[in-house]
Ligand binder design. Structure first.
Ligand SMILES: [Ca+2]
Ligand SMILES: [Ca+2]
Length: 334
């Protein structure tokens, strides 16, 4: 686990030590303006098929486009919610990585050089900068006390039951998957389910929560949400899946490398760990996993990743306030 530097993920990345500005809060008034449905948790069957995976006209890491075949599977209809994760924690007593003290030895520097806050349990919270900036270090703050239970930090609101669970490390997601009888989806499965037969587009979608206005200073909230939205506030895609192109990024099982291997076309599983590389987590102690679909922080001027083909690497050892997940299943869940 490496908490000193950053972690990748999202429309930006990284954590940092110091930061100023106002911490994000859920916009209750805006949330009430949308009609958010109470969704079923029942996984959706995705029949196998062949599709054109990747996108050629936005970011280089999303190509090359190639015909890709995926076997059938089941997938959660929405991002795993705080309500669902709480059931797991109540039954098992599980404690997430963000809730545990940090081992100073993991930083690789003398302990007196480590900011004390970085040794406390916590996670990375998006915090709008006080001044215009395009440096992600200015809007990610390592916040002691932030965790899935307190996504905005110790002084913020409790986790809302119908919002996606965030601030989880890879191992936390895998623990939940094992308890639930599912697994993390591959990138190809996720993208096949998200694209749902539609042609790739560069347009900002209305089908999920993203960012309208000039990130990171101007959030117009014309989609109804300043921060995370509960699941089910936007129309599902043609497969009946919600929030595939926004709200929170979703972690897949593939290790990350910029660009796709054109030879991997039959149920691809991404690069081997030794072949993986994430330029945004180059010094990480563990290999980045691939995250998909963008988040509420993706805006036209900064992160046009509110699309099925979008992908970034993500340090598996730490969570943030804009990354979640959903499960896949090989057999119809009981
Ligand atoms: Ca929004
Ligand atoms: Ca999502």
């Amino acid at each position: 686990m490496k908490r000193s530097l950053l972690l990748t993920a999202g429309c930006g990345l990284a954590v940092l030590v110091a930061c100023s500005g106002e911490t994000e809060t859920q916009d209750i008034a805006a949330a009430a303006a949308r009609d958010c449905a109470a969704l079923s948790d029942e996984p959706v069957r995705i029949g196998g098929g062949t599709f054109r995976m990747g996108q050629a006209d936005v970011y280089a890491e999303e190509g090359p486009v190639r015909e890709t075949t995926v076997d059938g599977f089941w997938i959660d209809p929405h991002e795993v919610t705080n309500r669902q994760f709480a059931e797991f924690v109540e039954e098992t007593g599980y404690v997430t990585l963000a809730e545990k003290p940090v081992d100073p030895a993991l930083f690789g520097v003398p302990e007196d050089q480590i900011p004390p806050d970085m040794l406390q349990p916590g996670s990375a919270v998006f915090t709008p900068p006080a001044q215009p900036s395009m440096n992600y270090a200015d809007w990610w703050e390592y916040m002691p006390g932030a965790s899935w239970k307190k996504p905005y930090g110790p002084d913020g609101a409790e986790a809302a039951p119908d919002e996606p669970v965030v601030h989880l490390a890879w191992e936390d997601m895998v623990a939940y998957a094992e308890w639930k009888g599912g697994r993390m989806p591959t990138e190809a499965e996720w993208e096949f389910a998200a694209s749902a037969g539609q042609e790739p587009s560069k347009d900002q979608p209305e089908q999920a929560n993203s960012w309208q206005g000039a990130f990171p200073m101007e959030n117009r909230e014309t989609d109804g949400f300043k921060g995370i939205a509960p699941v089910g506030c936007y129309a599902p895609n043609a497969n009946g899946l919600y929030d595939m192109v926004g709200n929170v990024w979703e972690v897949t099982s593939d290790y990350f490398r910029p660009g796709h291997d054109p030879a991997q076309r039959d149920n691809p599983r991404g690069p081997a760990p030794s072949e993986a590389y994430d330029p945004l987590n180059a010094g990480g102690l563990e290999v980045s996993r691939t995250v998909k679909g963008g988040s509420y922080l993706c805006a036209p001027n900064y992160c046009q990743r509110y699309r099925p083909a979008s992908r970034q690497g993500r340090d598996p050892t730490m969570g943030t306030s804009n990354v979640g997940f959903r499960l896949a299943y090989d057999e119809e869940p009981a």
